[in-house]
Design a protein around this ligand. Structure first.
Ligand SMILES: [Ca+2]
Length: 631
């Protein structure tokens, strides 16, 4: 592939150059064609396409093994592809800087990569308003806790019903392994159902946990949980519901899977026939898993995904930390210099993207994430505990030393997310080892995040060197308390400087459900410099309608610079508002010196797009007891 890095200022010349590049790459890229009408025994040519991504992968590996002399494009034809196993990429699937491997929708085609299985049988009417259909696949161990009906997540049979004025029960007490309620509210069916879960927000009210109900005592009002997720103790007032119980299937829109009878039950709106609706149940909890070997020091490299839709992943129980639920539609582990661009991710159980371990220089650009169970982008190291290192997700010394850095998350839309796991966010940066506190961070800019269960952007423990700028974030903290639109908790004073600049942040709710059915607003901030967050510049942000404070600093912050921010109780918008959000190019064509930010530190991604006449003086920060300096 030709190098398109040259900067040409004359637009006509640049356009011509781009055209030549495009022509060159389309002429010389090796193409592997996938089509729903194809056959996996085919060679993967345009005339004889393969049918599956896995067959395309085998052909791509032959190109790679022979030594790449040209880029490889896997062109996927129109249609829906229901994967029976994730597309697992290893270093054998890597491209090179000059010859990347790109998985993409064929030009102008709509391509769905689904982790689900369509429910294909004929529905029959039962007594009492319900219908049922055979699901023979559950005989092989398939279980699911989500169901998508005509493109929306339906309600698993629950109590209390979701449309009640007060749709929760409230604990009167409990502990890690049980909750107590008034005995008149308890039903024996919850304890006998084979896969009933309690979704409860425990003590601290900033996360929820899903535990399987292992038994109930109708005399005492005690509900016991198994040990899958006992992250927080239950205290009086903790709100919850019970779901996955046949006897609670009593409202249009609810469904229940009877695994022993291998039948799915659904109650449609009055007069509707489910045979006229589309049902898809999730099967896989990941669709793409690119995985290098952290112990061997190998990576998946130069692999791109473009123009694809990803839907219908399931969610599992038993995650080791409530803050970090570990499943996603697309996982990059020890993966570098790769990208996901212009993709659409909807109706999934966990995060859309998860970067794990030594993953660098990846780009997530102009994607849309809707209705995810988790959030948008998760980045993690190996150890997911709160303050110690007891909760090890990936064992080994090599894994303990690495975390994702130098990645770019730009121009993405993430909205209506955190629907299953409340501790989510537009971007969630977690569990960086202390040894990386002074390493560079990640670049998160021009995103639009809204209607989220918790933070817009969160960075926890040893996080340094991040630039968070020109993001448009609103309607956050919708089901939890104690967070913010932009929430940092570096948890120590030794971190490379972070910059939170020019963001537009508002309607931060902070949500605590009260037993009388009315939620109250608590502990929701615009920008939250939480425990010991240090060496952070907060500048030129626009903030309004927060439950607590526009900018809240607590507990041992060192070297905070908070300057030139704008906030008030009523609506406030930044200048150049069109430059914020998923299509933003904030500094493009703007003479910063004539408009705003005069004398400010200015950060930008493409210096050649900025007409910059001010001065930028490097800043030196000296850390605790002169242990470090950062320029
Ligand atoms: Ca119900």
């Amino acid at each position: 592939m030709c190098t398109c890095n040259a900067r040409v200022s004359v637009k006509v010349a640049y356009g011509l150059f781009a055209f030549v590049c495009l022509a060159y790459s389309s002429l010389y890229a090796a193409e592997i064609h996938v089509d729903v009408q194809g056959q996996d025994s085919n060679p993967g040519t345009k005339a004889k396409p393969v049918a599956t991504l896995h067959a395309a992968q085998r052909i791509a590996r032959q190109h790679i093994a022979n030594g790449l002399k040209q880029p490889v494009s896997i062109l996927i034809g129109e249609g829906s592809y229901y994967l029976n196993a994730p597309l697992k990429l290893t270093p054998e699937d890597s491209g090179t800087a000059k010859c990347p491997v790109t998985w993409r929708a064929a030009e102008g085609k709509n391509v769905l990569l689904s982790g689900g299985i369509p429910i294909a049988g004929t529905w029959k009417e039962e007594t009492g308003g319900g219908w049922s259909v055979a699901v023979p696949g559950v005989a092989k161990g398939w279980n699911f806790r989500q169901l998508f009906v005509d493109g929306s997540r339906a309600i698993r049979a629950r109590f209390p019903n979701a449309d009640e004025a007060n749709p929760f029960l409230y604990a009167t007490g409990g502990d890690l392994d049980h909750a107590m309620i008034d005995p008149v509210q308890v039903k024996a069916s919850w304890g006998t159902a084979p896969d009933a879960q309690i979704n409860i927000v425990p003590k601290w009210k900033y996360f929820n946990q899903w535990s399987t109900v292992s038994g109930v005592n109708t005399s005492s009002g005690r509900i016991d949980f198994d040990d899958s997720e006992r992250h927080g103790p239950i205290i009086p007032g903790n709100w919850f519901w019970i779901e996955g119980v046949m006897e609670e299937l009593d409202q249009p829109g609810e469904w229940y899977l009877n695994r022993s009878a291998r039948r799915l039950y659904y109650m449609p709106e009055s007069g509707k026939d489910p045979n006229d609706l589309d049902f898809i149940a999730p099967f896989l909890n990941q669709i793409v898993y690119a995985k290098g070997d952290v112990n061997a020091g190998t990576h998946v490299e130069y692999v791109n995904f473009a123009g694809l839709e990803f839907r219908h992943t399931t969610f599992t129980l038993g995650h080791i930390a409530p803050r970090v639920h570990t499943e996603a539609a697309i996982i990059f582990e020890n993966t570098c210099d790769s990208s996901v661009k212009n993709c659409h991710i909807e109706n999934i159980g966990g995060y859309a993207f998860w970067l794990h371990l030594d993953s660098k220089r990846n780009t997530f650009d102009q994607n849309t994430v809707l209705n995810s169970g988790g959030g948008g982008v998760l980045m993690t190291g190996s150890r997911l505990s709160y303050m110690d290192d007891s909760k090890v997700y990936t064992p080994g010394e090599a894994a303990a030393k690495v975390a994702p850095i130098l990645n770019r998350v730009t121009r993405n839309t993430v909205k209506h997310c955190g629907q299953i796991r409340y501790y989510g966010g537009g971007v969630h940066l977690d569990s960086r080892p202390f040894s990386m506190s002074m390493a560079p961070g990640n670049y998160i800019a021009h995103n639009h995040f809204n209607d989220l269960s918790r933070n817009g952007i969160f960075a926890f423990r040893n996080q340094g060197g991040h630039v968070i700028e020109y993001n448009h974030i609103h309607d956050t903290m919708q089901t939890t308390i104690d967070g913010a639109c932009v929430h940092f908790a570096t948890m120590n004073h030794l971190n490379a400087p972070n910059f939170i600049l020019n963001n537009w942040l508002y309607d931060v709710w902070g949500y605590q459900q009260m037993p009388n059915g009315n939620p109250v607003r608590r502990l929701g901030n615009g920008i939250f410099n939480d425990w010991a967050t240090s060496n952070t510049t907060v500048k030129e942000n626009y903030i309004y309608n927060t439950a607590t404070q526009p900018i809240f600093n607590i507990m041992g912050n060192w070297n905070l610079t908070i300057e030139g921010n704008h906030w008030q109780d009523t609506r406030i918008v930044p200048p150049f508002v069109d430059e914020v959000g998923p299509n933003g190019t904030a500094t493009h064509g703007i003479d910063l010196n004539k408009n705003r930010l005069t004398g400010s530190v200015v950060h930008y991604s493409d210096s050649d797009l900025v007409t910059f006449t001010g001065s930028w003086k490097p800043r030196t920060i000296v850390g605790a007891a002169k242990l470090f300096t950062f320029h």
